[in-house]
Design a protein around this ligand. Structure first.
Ligand SMILES: [Cu+2]
Length: 151
């Protein structure tokens, strides 16, 4: 019995090592939001070795994008309120994002229940920068946000 336990232990360690080196992709991040004003993560990060990062947002709820829409927008901490306010002015037709806003470092589409949207962006200049991800749907950014870092 002791031998069996030892073998099982070794096998699980091997699986963990293989999983880390082969299947894990540190440069691709997933985040979810449902029919409440919350992401399932309060902080996200990727290693500086990633030249680009892909973030995939999945809306796990049932409500439509015009009622409980979510996006995943990245900006420096100091720019969050400005981006959100200008997004509100831009309106639903613009996905609550001001066009050509250089403060927006990355943004997925605005999605409703059951939908998924991804964005891939360069990490150039992001190392050590204090960034926040948030949702620009009206009223959401006050609570729907988290920390993002490249380190
Ligand atoms: Cu939202």
């Amino acid at each position: 019995m002791k031998k069996l336990a030892l073998i099982l232990g070794l096998v699980s360690v091997l699986f963990a090592m293989v999983g880390r080196s082969v299947w894990a992709d540190d440069c691709s991040l997933s985040v979810e939001a449902g029919d409440t004003l919350a992401y399932n993560l309060t902080s996200m990060s990727a290693p500086a070795s990633c030249e680009s990062v892909t973030v995939t947002l999945t809306h796990t709820g049932k409500m439509a994008a015009n009622v409980m829409g979510h996006n995943w927008v990245l900006a420096k901490d100091a720019d969050v309120n400005g981006v959100a306010m200008d997004g509100l002015t831009a309106g639903a037709g613009a996905g609550y994002l001001k066009a050509d806003d250089s403060r927006i470092l990355a943004a997925t589409g605005l999605i409703g229940g059951g939908e998924t949207s991804s964005v891939t962006f360069s990490t150039a200049g992001m190392v050590g920068s204090a960034m926040t991800f948030f949702c620009t749907f009206p009223g959401h950014s006050y609570v729907m946000k988290g920390k993002f870092s490249i380190d």
